[in-house]
Design a protein. Sequence first.
Length: 352
Amino acid sequence: MCNHHKNILTRALSVPNAKAPFEQTTIERRELKPDDVLIDIKYCGICHSDIHLVHNDFGGSSYPMVPGHEIAGVVTAVGTKVTKFAVGDRVGVGCFVDSCGECKYCLRGDEQFCTKGVVVVFNSLDYDENPTFGGYSQKIVVKENFVVRIPEALELDVASPLLCAGITTYSPMKHWNVGPGMKVAILGMGGLGHLAVQFAHAMGAEVTVLSQTMNKKDEAIGFGADHYFATSDPATFTELAGQFDIILNTVSSNIDVDAYLSLLSVDGTLVNLGLANKPDQYNVFSLFAGRRSISASNVGGIRETQEMLDFSAQHGIAPKIEVILADQVDEAYERVLSSDVRYRFVIDMSTL
């Protein structure tokens, strides 16, 4: 018997191909399975990786595409076996919506590294081979184990960027044990960087912002930075040589890796969070000189995402956002690409 008629229709913003503008469309969400929740999406943040995928910068994009992985909303229905959430709960959904649940990474709460392959919230296939559509829409159906609770202290529009930008910066700080006595540098102060500063400060580290120019200095200090330097000034690299335990690189273009490695102390690590289109280059002597490391970090698991939201609520950490209407997304993408946003766009889905 066909249950097709039970599928849930919802409005969405979709792109038919890499060069096309967004258009309003209707998509289908699956009917609720016993462990599913139906969420009315109130807000969805715009992430730089949305733009990369919409524009097919990495190859492998499939269309039509409904992007969006910084989803904040309210539960409007639950499956028969759901125990964690009830109708009316304020919830979020981040970068992925399913994993095998059985491999060693899933079992330890690192679903993002699932050996079967995590199911990404959009531009992916679920385990039934259906394409996934993201948060630039009014409703979404998600397994309860991939939904997080948004604390009352966080407004939904402010919470949405935490579901990607927040966990992307929080997770590596937990992994590399950022805390008192550590010197942390944040390279770039955009959507990720301005949150990274707040987290590092709240964790008790000494925080330095490295930005191209001095024009964000006052804001950086306001977010909790102790120091601020312009990377366009060659003297910066002389002055800061060998200083940092960890550098979080939040920029999404290629950097002079050797120059930044020179700023690390012995055993220091350069952690890449932004994704550049082209491969980076470095000289092995830059590592050899201080047993330094180059790494990268890819969001965090569901448990850690919940921990990050609770930490944010507790410490008053919030992204600085600009809320836009559904018909302003193309313009917002242009502005992100020209760095004309302080610091994260959030789409008000009620305007769809």
